[in-house]
Design a protein around this ligand. Structure first.
Ligand SMILES: [Zn+2]
Length: 194
């Protein structure tokens, strides 16, 4: 990968570039001097900046293992539209979604752990489907109830286990604010005081 960042986080420049308030350029200093920042436990990733060769989830060396993460985000108020109708929410969210793609370091151990979680989740869903099938075959509603609970639990497990990073904001330029980064990774990134 051509734009692969090899330098450790600590070797990045510590000098914050000037911030232009109220101007249209990206609010993150990414376009001026691409680098990572943090705000508390939130990592600020300028659009197009590949993260260092460090696992975002455990802060151990990623040993060249990369992962492309596509993120979607929209303003919180759009969730209120679910109260109007799920279809209205779905349409507005699709239009209003902001997208970005992150190139992150992700170690083999974290990848294996995530796969295990997904495997467990789908096995629970499968067991739930089995329960529903058994309910139909045996004409016993109890199996169906247990099966539906299992399907629901498995889906929730998958939804919780699948995302590696959770965006708290994505702007029009594709700059991302993400949660879920390991504390030891964050501690090597300068604090943004914008
Ligand atoms: Zn890891």
């Amino acid at each position: 990968m051509a734009d692969h960042i090899e330098t450790p986080l600590a070797q990045q420049t510590q000098t914050p570039p000037p911030v232009q308030r109220g101007a249209t350029p990206p609010p993150l200093p990414g376009a001026v001097s691409p680098q990572l920042w943090r705000q508390g436990n939130i990592l600020l990733v300028p659009a197009g900046l590949a993260l260092p060769d460090v696992c975002v989830k455990c802060a151990s060396p990623a040993a060249g293992r990369r992962r492309t993460v596509k993120l979607l985000w929209h303003e919180q108020w759009i969730y209120l539209l679910i109260l109007v109708a799920v279809i209205v929410y779905a349409v507005v969210a699709t239009i209003m979604n902001k997208k970005t793609t992150l190139d992150i370091g992700y170690c083999a151990r974290c990848q294996a752990r995530r796969r295990t979680h997904l495997l467990i989740a789908w096995l629970i869903v499968l067991a739930g489907v089995g329960g529903v099938v058994a309910a139909i075959a045996l004409e016993d509603g109890a199996y169906a109830a247990v099966g539906c609970v299992a399907i629901f639990a498995g889906l929730i497990w998958a939804i919780v286990a699948t995302p590696i990073l959770k965006p708290t904001r994505i702007d029009d330029w594709g700059n991302a604010w993400v949660k879920g980064v390991h504390q030891d990774f964050l501690s090597q990134v300068p604090e943004w005081r914008g």
